[in-house]
Design a protein around this ligand. Structure first.
Ligand SMILES: Cc1cc2nc3c(=O)[nH]c(=O)nc-3n(C[C@H](O)[C@H](O)[C@H](O)COP(=O)(O)OP(=O)(O)OC[C@H]3O[C@@H](n4cnc5c(N)ncnc54)[C@H](O)[C@@H]3O)c2cc1C
Length: 857
């Protein structure tokens, strides 16, 4: 065992081996994997080995597609077979809502270049004859699904990594991690200490314990998971004989089950409602290559549905039931990246689908470690997406919720109840008493909309407009015509202060820093010139700046700030989180309202648009910004939590004469749409450049050498390829949700914006068992079916949207080729909503207050 290496990877499961391989492939060959026992000694050895590309987050779906593509390369490199069975798979819908969900997934897949297809239950049965098709209304076929040998695959990664020079040390537990002043890690193992610049936690079932070695409580939990294997089945053998093919994989939403052929029988796994955490507080170090006791009672309700939907399986004898633990994060996606507050400590854990995601996780993490950037938009699996509120008990409740609804539909207006409320503001009880429907905003209860008195404050979950539509509309109209108040505690707030504060912010931000008492809006870029933040910055004093940003990105942004903080102590950063809360008032009467609450002049000349002041509001010390996300005349008022009730009560009492209303986040988001304002993590993400994101006026290339300047200048000089646009959609009863494809009538003109992530697809068969139209060979390039249609082709995608209530238009924002972005013609665009293509038109000027007269007045 070497005594010094560039990086130590802890854990030899599929994820650790993938990380090791990718690091070595990226040129870091001085790397070592340390495994407590043998390779695959955690979850990896007893996995069912299934893989697929579909994921609710298209960026994670891309990395899954990469993983699947990688296996061929890996087999060639390592000489080790992964026993790849690229069978393809079907997802079965038993209700019209589930079919809507499949239409949505299919449409999303179009802009990713995925080769999915909507099919009938009989077509599905032709591929999986054990099902009773009368239970289903439709299905979706995905050619890039299948299964493999988990152990062979893990060893293939390991062999490939060794060939590139990486070292693997077995039967050697890491027992302690300490860090020297210069940042070097001491990786203390049973066989001695290794010094390393970087440490990666790929501890799988023990990732939590490895995290605790450095004081990090990672939000992950292992769950028991069962699948059964049947005796050989004559139906399966007959199918294989007659078609010369293996049966496809099947996912049954209703039963929360998956099933597929395994040898001459089938394998059937369940995500049962009565799910059970395993070792909820601490994983024993002496847990070895063991299985857990099967508990058939627990999965009986799932099996009942399974046997009804797949009667053939019920008749078969059960050969074996496997019960093994594997880990989940609260939202089911992995935890990847550098841990905020630590240097060079990385994690790649809570990977619940290691054989779909392991390759993508390894690639993203190795890019990140070697070049400082993951190279993709990995927000969906970034370890920074969880805050301090994601405690052991929170994680336990959320993981159980997530597991028991693993294949359930999450509607766009659906808020999940587990582990709530976590954080509340002092106004929580008041909002509940006012019939607010609350939502979870990065662990904080936030009013979404207000239900009329006497009705139940609850969303009817749907893909279409729902019971909030009328009431959100009323909140918007009352605000736009009179005045409204809303809670904005769910924004991120920071203070940056000290002698070096201005220089520090100038280095990080693309816009110039404001004068004392003024505000600027500014994006933040990474070295590649991509958008990694969008902030409102006010100068509170010569060496003090207040910063507001996206709540969900607090740890993500703190990690970046800390990374770039000067070492000389000249800059201090404070994250307020919920020690600073806020209220926003907006609408034409908001100035008159504010004037009643303060003892200073807030007339338009004394308190101008984009001004910042400290003043007492309703007697409470506050900071006030003359700016709101509604795009109307309005103010953001910030105070310590102890004053929030006082200020709110004062606002409501003084606002009575103006007919003040409460409005929630949904009304706020509706109002920003009619102003063409973007949102962070939807329109603005690390895959877009600032000019693509239409942030031109905030990019001051001449100001100084800020991070990402060179790349941004190149993007500006070459001209952005894509452009963010606002569109008015001729929608029916459903508005866009995000990720829908944008079609354009452009004939054969090439814009090259549709990326196609798959290298190969699998064959599918029609009802007669013959290979069907458009089918692709197992190793050939797949035809991108469905993204062209006569004159029409998919040219872009929607990032977000909804109904803009004041201007009464269904609106969307999204990215299209820059060459089409200024074309407001009717008939040029269509957006696919729930499988139906609806006409859409680019809308350059905001529909509400296009010249900003109301907002600036
Ligand atoms: C029954 C079942 C079915 C499944 N089916 C599928 C499926 O069909 N498809 C799919 O993609 N996934 C499936 N999974 C999930 C899959 O197994 C996991 O996603 C995957 O194994 C996670 O791999 P890992 O490398 O993160 O963790 P693990 O496999 O748990 O590996 C972690 C390794 O780290 C080592 N380690 C930990 N701490 C230390 C330390 N301090 N020092 C040294 N070594 C240490 C452990 O010994 C272990 O070998 C299934 C899981 C189960 C239980």
């Amino acid at each position: 065992m070497k005594s010094h290496v560039k990086a130590v990877v802890i854990g030899g499961g599929v994820v650790g081996c993938s990380v090791l391989y990718h690091l070595a492939r990226a040129g870091w060959t001085d790397v070592m994997l340390i495994e407590r026992s043998e390779l695959t000694s955690g979850s990896s050895w007893h996995a069912a080995g299934g893989f697929h590309t579909l994921n609710g987050d298209p960026n994670v779906a891309k990395l899954q597609a990469y993983t699947v593509q990688l296996y061929k390369e890996l087999e060639e490199l390592s000489g080790q077979s992964c026993s790849l069975h690229l069978t393809g798979g079907v997802m079965l819908a038993d209700t019209s809502e589930r079919m809507d969900f499949l239409r949505l997934a299919h449409a999303k897949g179009r802009y990713l270049g995925m080769d999915t297809e909507l099919i009938t239950p009989s077509e599905a049965k032709a591929m999986f004859p054990l099902m009773d098709e009368t239970n289903f209304v439709g299905a979706m076929w995905d050619p890039v699904e299948g299964h493999l040998d988990p152990s062979g695959t893990t060893h293939a990664y390991a062999k490939a990594a060794r060939k590139l020079g990486a070292e693997i040390v077995l039967r050697n537990r890491v027992v302690e991690l300490t860090q020297e002043v210069d940042g070097t890690w001491n990786v203390v193992t049973e066989q001695g200490t290794v010094k390393a610049e970087h440490v990666v936690n790929c501890g799988g079932l023990w990732a939590r314990e490895v995290g605790r070695m450095v004081g990090a409580e990672l939000p992950l939990l292992a769950m028991e998971h069962m699948y059964l294997l049947t005796e050989p089945m004559p139906e399966v053998e007959a199918f294989n004989r007659e078609t010369g093919r293996e049966m496809v994989g099947v996912l049954d939403f209703k039963g929360e089950i998956y099933t597929r052929q395994e040898r001459n029988g089938v394998l059937l796994g369940t995500y049962e409602k009565a799910c059970k955490p395993w070792s909820p507080v601490e994983t024993p170090w002496n847990f070895g290559h063991e299985l857990l006791q099967p508990d058939i009672e627990r999965i009986a309700p799932s099996l009942e549905v399974g046997f009804r939907h797949f009667p053939g399986i019920e008749k078969a004898g059960i050969k074996q039931i496997i019960n093994g633990p594997f880990t989940f994060a609260p939202d089911g996606n992995p935890l990847v990246g550098p841990v905020q507050g630590l240097t060079n400590f990385w994690c790649a854990c809570a990977v619940m689908a290691g054989f779909s995601q392991g390759g993508g996780v390894g690639l993203a993490l190795s890019n990140w470690m070697v070049s400082g950037d993951p190279g993709f938009d990995v927000w969906g699996m970034d370890v920074a997406r969880f805050g301090e509120w994601a405690s052991l008990r929170y994680t336990n409740a959320k993981v159980r919720e997530n597991y028991s609804r693993r294949f359930s539909i999450r509607f766009p207006n659906e808020e999940l109840p587990a582990a709530r409320p976590a954080q509340t503001t002092p106004l929580y009880d008041t909002m509940i008493a006012q019939n607010a429907v609350m939502g979870d905003s990065w662990g904080l209860e936030t009013p979404l909309w207000f239900a009329p008195k006497g009705t139940e404050p609850k969303d009817k979950v749907s893909f279409r407009r729902s019971n909030d539509f009328e009431h959100v509309g009323n909140e918007v109209r009352a605000t736009r015509e009179r005045v409204g108040v809303t809670e904005i505690a769910n924004f991120a707030k920071y203070e940056v202060s000290g002698q070096g504060a201005e220089e520090f912010l100038n280095r990080l931000m693309t816009n110039r820093m404001p004068k004392v008492g003024r505000i600027v809006l500014t994006p933040m870029l990474n070295e590649r010139g991509k958008l990694i933040g969008d902030f409102t910055i006010a100068r509170a004093g010569s060496e003090a700046f207040m910063i507001w940003g996206s709540s969900a990105a607090q740890k993500y942004h703190m990690r970046w700030f800390e990374k770039h903080l000067p070492k000389d102590g000249s800059v201090r950063i404070h994250r307020f989180d919920q020690t600073l809360v806020g209220l926003s008032i907006a609408g034409p009467k908001s100035r008159a309202l504010l004037q009643k609450l303060v003892d200073v002049d807030v007339s338009s000349s004394a308190f101008r648009f984009m001004d910042f002041r400290e003043m007492a509001v309703g007697g409470a010390p506050c900071m006030v910004n003359r700016i709101t996300y509604t795009g109307d005349l309005g103010y953001e008022i910030w105070m310590q939590p102890a004053y929030q009730r006082l200020v709110y009560r004062a606002i409501k009492e003084a606002g009575e004469e103006f007919g003040i209303v409460d409005f929630g986040m949904r009304a706020l988001l509706s109002m920003r749409l009619e102003k063409n304002f973007p949102t962070w993590f939807r329109e603005l993400r690390p895959i877009y450049g600032p000019f693509e994101g239409a942030m031109d006026r905030f990019i001051k290339l001449e100001k100084n050498d800020f991070i990402g300047r060179e790349a941004a200048a190149a993007e500006g000089a070459e001209g952005a390829k894509l452009r963010r646009v606002s569109l008015v959609v001729d929608a029916l009863d459903a508005d866009v949700m995000g990720d829908e494809p944008i079609w354009a009538r452009v004939g054969n003109k090439e814009y090259g914006t549709v990326e196609k992530p798959h290298g190969y697809g699998a064959p599918r068969f029609d009802a007669s068992g013959k290979e069907a139209r458009g089918s692709t060979a197992a190793t050939g390039a797949s035809a991108v079916r469905g993204i062209t249609d006569g004159e029409w082709r998919v040219v872009g995608w929607v990032t977000s949207g909804g109904y803009a209530h004041y201007v009464q238009k269904s609106m969307a924002q999204g990215y299209v080729p820059a060459a089409l972005a200024d074309n407001e013609s009717e008939g040029l665009f269509e957006i696919e909503i729930l499988g139906e293509r609806r006409p859409a038109r680019v809308n350059i000027e905001p529909s509400f207050d296009p010249d900003g007269g109301k907002m600036r007045g």
